[in-house]
Design a binder for this molecule. Structure first.
Ligand code: FE2
Ligand code: FE2
Length: 270
């Protein structure tokens, strides 16, 4: 199975890059399932039902989010009705939405997608390790599900790597999101799970993690509230990872993908 995982889409330029490039990427790479992190798609914070619809129309099979999931309040009443839209599994009990979903591909194969959120430098979430452990225990890879993809939405590289090892041998891919900076540690872990600490954002890299650099700089240098942060508007780089799984659902290949904008240049060979 061929899976494409696209990192946090930031603002209008990120949306444009995703919507323009995803259909052709799906076709060129023969992708079976495409998952997109949309947590920064609406003005840099959160997403809206309309944007989700645009992403589905462009070829996203499922959308993950993160700490910004409810920044656009429209989503609070909407998320329960959209089975393809995830928020982190280990949010507090009573939070609307779901943290995992079973995606059925056109050919009938099933992909379980799970999102957990980290706690280091993040917020008061539930235990991501226990939450992931029990979700993986419920869905043995190669049993009723053909592939398992885990989005680890976290700040600390150590916490993300530890969650990767927790899932090793039991998931097809563990893809880190949230930092908006792609890491160069994509690999297949010893147990057969493809892993990357952060996929990187789909946004303008002439920025501070997707937001306008002047205002971002000012906020680091003063306690006086300045103008609101807004997304940078230059050409976006679409950042993703491409993964191929083999029999049993474990990974056979992981390749980073960076298309357009300032980080252009990485495409899977062949
Ligand atoms: Fe993000
Ligand atoms: Fe985030």
């Amino acid at each position: 199975m061929k899976i494409l995982y696209c990192g946090d889409v930031v603002g209008r330029t990120g949306r444009r890059a995703l919507i323009e490039r995803l259909p052709e990427l799906r076709a060129d790479l023969g992708v079976d399932g495409a998952i997109v992190n949309g947590e920064n798609a609406a003005g840099g914070v959160g997403t809206t039902p309309e944007i989700c619809q645009d992403f589905y129309a462009a070829g996203a099979d499922l959308i993950t989010t993160g700490n910004h999931v409810f920044d656009q309040r429209d989503l609070i009443g909407h998320i329960d009705g959209d089975p393809r839209l995830l928020r982190p599994l280990n949010m507090l009990p009573g939070t609307p939405g779901r943290g995992s979903a079973l995606l059925r591909l056109a050919d009938g194969r099933k992909v379980l997608v799970v999102q957990v959120i980290g706690r280091l430098f993040m917020g008061a979430y539930g235990d991501p390790f226990g939450a992931l452990e029990s979700e993986l225990a419920k869905h043995p890879l190669g049993g009723a599900v053909d592939a398992i993809v885990v989005d680890v939405h976290a700040e600390a590289t150590s916490e993300k790597t530890a969650l990767g090892h927790l899932a090793d041998g039991r998931a097809s891919l563990v893809a880190g999101t949230h930092t908006h900076v792609p890491t160069a540690d994509h690999q297949i872990l010893p147990g057969g799970t493809a892993y990357i600490t952060d996929v990187g954002m789909t946004g303008d890299y002439d920025s501070v993690i997707g937001m306008g650099k002047e205002v971002a700089l000012q906020r680091f240098r003063s306690h006086v509230p300045g103008p609101r942060l807004t997304p940078a508007l230059g050409d976006a780089t679409l950042c993703a990872v491409y993964v191929e799984t083999g029999p049993g659902g474990l990974a056979q290949r992981i390749a980073p993908l960076r298309l357009g904008g300032r980080l252009s240049g990485a495409l899977p060979d062949g």
